[in-house]
Design a protein around this ligand. Structure first.
Ligand code: SF4
Length: 497
């Protein structure tokens, strides 16, 4: 789509304007010479810099229809905010009004973009505001709906409890296995999924284990303690039992694992699991597993190119429960093409009835060519009513089943601007997801596509170190974060970590 930005202020960059536009035009790409049917024009001006008084004007067009809205005025936030906040507020008001006029529907998350709602809710709660007050601030400051404000605050309250005993020197460890048996159509994750590239797995594991050993040594020298380990992908369970044993053996040798260490192995694709692999995972001390059907409707699985059956999921879940893992998680996706309200409700019932204590409900995101094809096939509803209804239903149904939201995140281009939410029975939450998503604690990462994030004790600064995305690049002896760099980062902030 074409975007025209007339930003007469020093606040907000072009990327912000783009992400804002995507709230009403998910999946669009921005090209100056675009002559497609979608268009957005933004004007932002600060008319009184001292008092943060702005004038904004937004014009949106889709095909021959267009709408325009203006906003002018100041805004007094309850707590001090940076200058960008005032500009976002002024722009957001006009944008939402223009969108409502053009499309006839509002946005449940208001104009929030590039901001973690739960982190913001915790920010207010930590400053002594009550849950009701925080909800009021969400509605007032960001035009967030009552339901989403309530979801954010409830999630933040659960997180407050989960994080109460996390110390500044507690950290997480992520281990990446970026290989999958086949590629699902909707996936934008970089992973290798063909037999020729699987030949890299032995070398990849050797390199990965060297990195885990070096990371374990660095964690010890920094005086940190690993509270959560997450082996994710890709599909870690693509590894054969002997390789699972070697990898997990390496982790046990190099990382201090105690009763308090959360230890998760992402099974991911049910078709890769069998009793021998589950036995290897269990024997090495893993307490939590994730087995992800996304839907239990076989026609939908086929439609999204996820090459396993619901029967394979039910079998893998039954076997995993029989092994007695402490916690089992299942992921579902709302608004999949070909799905229906009844079929989504059945998928939810299936994972609840199986006994999963931890269930994540994602929403389809329009990210790559394959998902854009979904929209062309007429499966994508721009208002996202199906997605919105699905996530609202999931919340209600999971609450009835005794599961509460404990982490949530939003992505660009998500159908209906809906969110991804992790639900859990009390005590079965996933700490890794929370410390990583909320950038609450340092997470060391090993493997292609993984990112180490050092979080300063005050959480005011983050140092990132990313490994290359592709395994073949990673194999070129790419180094992890250096010891000098890590010590310099922590020592710059405080005397001790
Ligand atoms: S199994 Fe997961 S990571 Fe692999 S292609 Fe499918 S969605 Fe992507």
């Amino acid at each position: 789509m074409k975007l025209e930005i007339d930003n007469r202020t020093p606040y907000l960059n072009d990327y912000y304007f783009q992400t804002l536009a995507l709230l009403y035009f998910p999946g669009e790409k921005f090209r100056a010479d675009d002559s497609g049917e979608n268009f957005a024009y933004f004007l932002l001006e600060e008319t009184d810099a001292q008092n943060h008084i702005f004038y904004s004007k937004v014009r949106l067009a889709s095909g021959s229809a267009f709408a325009e809205a203006e906003w002018s005025g100041g805004y007094e936030p309850t707590i001090p905010m940076n200058d960008d906040f005032y500009a976002m507020n002024a722009l957001g008001k006009a944008f939402l009004e223009a969108g409502r006029r053009l499309f006839g529907f509002g946005l449940p998350w208001g104009y929030i973009t590039g901001l973690r709602p739960v982190k913001r809710a915790k920010y207010y709660l930590d400053r002594g505001y009550s849950a009701e007050q925080v909800m009021g601030l969400f509605e007032r400051d960001y035009d967030v709906s009552f339901e989403k404000a309530d979801l954010s605050v409830e999630t933040a309250l659960v997180q407050q409890k989960m994080l109460a005993d996390i110390k500044p020197n507690d950290c997480g460890l992520y281990v990446s296995i970026p290989f999958c048996p086949t590629r699902c159509d909707y996936c934008s994750f970089v992973s290798y999924s063909n037999a020729k590239l699987f030949a890299l797995i032995p070398d990849y594991l050797e390199k990965l284990m060297r990195d885990i050993a070096a990371t374990g040594e660095l964690i010890r020298r920094l005086g940190m303690r690993v509270r959560a380990i997450y082996i994710g992908g890709g599909t870690p369970s693509i590894l054969e039992p002997d390789r699972i044993n070697r990898l997990l053996g390496c982790i046990s040798k190099n990382i201090e694992i105690s009763e308090n260490t959360e230890y998760t192995f992402e099974g991911g694709r049910p078709d890769t699991l069998n009793k021998a692999k589950l036995a290897a995972v269990k024997a090495n001390g893993v307490k939590r597993m994730s087995i992800n059907p996304q839907t239990t409707n076989d026609a939908v699985l086929e439609r999204i190119g996820r090459k396993h059956s619901s029967a394979q999921f039910f079998k893998a879940a039954e076997e995993a429960f029989a092994f007695g893992f402490d916690t089992l998680n299942a992921d579902l996706i709302a608004a999949l093409p070909g799905d229906s309200a009844e079929s989504f409700a059945k998928s939810l019932d299936d994972v609840i009835d199986l006994g999963f204590q931890n269930i994540t409900v994602h929403t389809l995101s329009i990210k790559n060519a394959a998902t854009i094809r979904f929209t062309e096939d007429g499966y994508y509803d721009p208002e996202g009513e199906f997605a919105r209804n699905s996530v609202a239903y999931a919340r209600k149904r999971l609450k009835e089943a005794g599961l509460s939201p404990y982490y949530l995140y939003r992505q660009k281009n998500t159908v209906g601007n809906a969110e991804n939410t992790g639900y859990s029975v009390c005590g079965k939450e996933n700490l890794y997801n929370v410390i990583m998503m909320e950038e609450h604690s340092t997470v060391f990462a090993c493997g292609a596509g993984s990112i180490t994030k050092l979080v300063s004790p005050s959480r005011s600064e983050i140092l990132r170190h990313a490994y290359p995305k592709y395994p073949f690049e990673y194999l070129r002896e790419e180094k992890g974060i250096g010891e000098d760099e890590a010590f310099a980062f922590f020592n710059r902030k405080e005397e001790t970590v």
